[in-house]
Ligand binder design. Structure first.
Ligand code: KG4
Ligand code: ZN
Length: 390
């Protein structure tokens, strides 16, 4: 069975193809093979705006999808290729892509001179994410699903971040949900759009225990970076500057919500504290920039660590899975490693699996195939506010 996976929820366009042995209805195989995992980053486009501009991101996804599709097909080296023409399906496909006219043109052009391998299903991120961006992926998946007559597996982006953290090698996963993981588990998902602590009693059974009340942790990194004149995405830039400081600071920023007896987070106050601090300075020299970056990173990672450890204790957690772009942060990783009880297994993603990619969409589809698969694609909608089912 071959699954084509599409990711367009934010500013990364991704296409991956995975293959698994079992072609039956039940996906029980433990291992699958990653045939290709392609990504087109839009960082250069959004950098000058200091953050992701949704309509620009939508335009770029439309531009990137077909070249990535071509690259993914080439890299996956599949032999079962055939010519597919739009023929009688043209009008309907045009209709699926009526809001993505550029993408339709690119697809039509592509089909004239390229062959397509035999796929068994298409996995696509349904949400949460940026509305115009999600729709590009969803409509592309619908067009391909109709063209190739194969089902769609809509994927929750947060769940995909959880699964992506389980990959241990580039080509095979060693995990089989429900077998190797000791439950109850908890997942800390920290990205540009989300900060959530999710209780996992068993695979597919989720409960959001706490989340941010305002900005996400990654968003906070990005906003503070912008205030410091550092480029988007701000997380890695702040981490770099902070590393150059690496000692006590002469001031401190607040650690919001730490004393509140819940598992929620709040990061917008921290950004404001940095803003006020900057206003008091006459000028921002390079040393102070490093010091602010250091202290801001300390404040964010303290908040994340304290609440995660609190949740582990309260819910007698046996496994902690961390995912999302901010999980690439070394300081956060070290703090959690130092604070976590030795009896709790800590699962961290490979650095390149922290941030958005299409492979995580494919992997989630592999595990959720039976439950999520849909053939009635008319009803499928992108959902920017999609939440994990409780
Ligand atoms: O998961 P992701 O790729 O996209 C979303 O779903 O939002 O996360 C992107 C976020 C950005 O805010 C970026 O600044 C942050 O992850 N990030 C980091 C690091 N690498 C990426 N934050 C802190 N430290 C890092 N090393
Ligand atoms: Zn993400």
């Amino acid at each position: 069975m071959k699954i084509l996976a599409i990711e367009t929820s934010c500013d990364d366009t991704g296409i991956a193809i995975i293959s698994c042995n079992n072609t039956g209805a039940k996906v029980t195989e433990k291992k699958f093979k990653v045939l290709t995992n392609t990504l087109a980053s839009q960082t250069e486009i959004h950098k000058k705006w200091g953050g992701v501009v949704p309509m620009l991101a939508k335009r770029e996804h439309q531009k990137n999808l077909i070249p990535l599709f071509r690259k993914a097909i080439e890299e996956s080296n599949l032999s079962d290729l055939s010519n597919i023409s739009l023929d009688k399906k043209k009008e309907k496909i045009q209709n699926f892509l009526k809001k993505e006219k550029d993408l339709y043109q690119n697809l039509e052009q592509f089909l004239k001179s390229n062959q397509i391998p035999k796929f068994d299903a298409i996995a696509v991120t349904k949400g949460p994410g940026l509305d115009p961006c999600l729709w590009v992926g969803v409509n592309f998946a619908k067009a391909l699903s109709f063209l190739l007559d194969i089902p769609i597996i809509p994927i929750n982006h947060i769940e995909a971040h959880i699964y992506s953290s389980l990959i241990k090698k580039d080509h095979f996963t060693q995990f089989s949900p429900g077998k190797k993981i000791n439950f109850p588990a908890i997942s800390l998902i920290v990205s540009g759009g989300h900060t959530q602590l999710i209780l996992i009693k068993k695979w597919g059974n989720y409960k959001i225990l706490g989340e941010t009340r305002d900005d996400a942790a990654g968003e906070c990194f990005d906003k503070i970076a912008k205030l410091l004149g550092l480029e988007y995405p701000g997380g890695p830039k702040i981490a770099q500057e902070a590393k150059k400081w690496g000692k006590e600071t002469s001031f401190s920023f607040p650690r919001p919500m730490l004393k509140h007896d819940n598992l929620d987070f709040s990061f917008s106050g921290l950004k404001t504290a940095v803003l006020y601090h900057l206003k008091e300075l006459k000028e921002l020299d390079e040393e102070t920039k490093k010091e602010i970056a250091y202290e801001a990173q300390e404040a964010i990672t303290d908040a994340l660590t304290v609440k995660t450890i609190k949740a582990i204790k309260e819910y007698k957690i046996k496994t902690l899975i961390i995912g999302g772009g901010v999980s690439a942060n070394q300081k956060l990783r070290n703090k959690i490693k130092n604070k976590i009880d030795a009896s709790v297994e800590l699962i961290l993603p490979l650095p390149k699996m922290s941030t958005d990619n299409a492979l995580m969409v494919g992997i989630t589809a592999f595990y959720k195939y039976n439950k999520n698969k849909i053939t009635d694609i008319k009803k499928l909608k992108a959902d920017p506010n999609l939440r994990l089912k409780q």
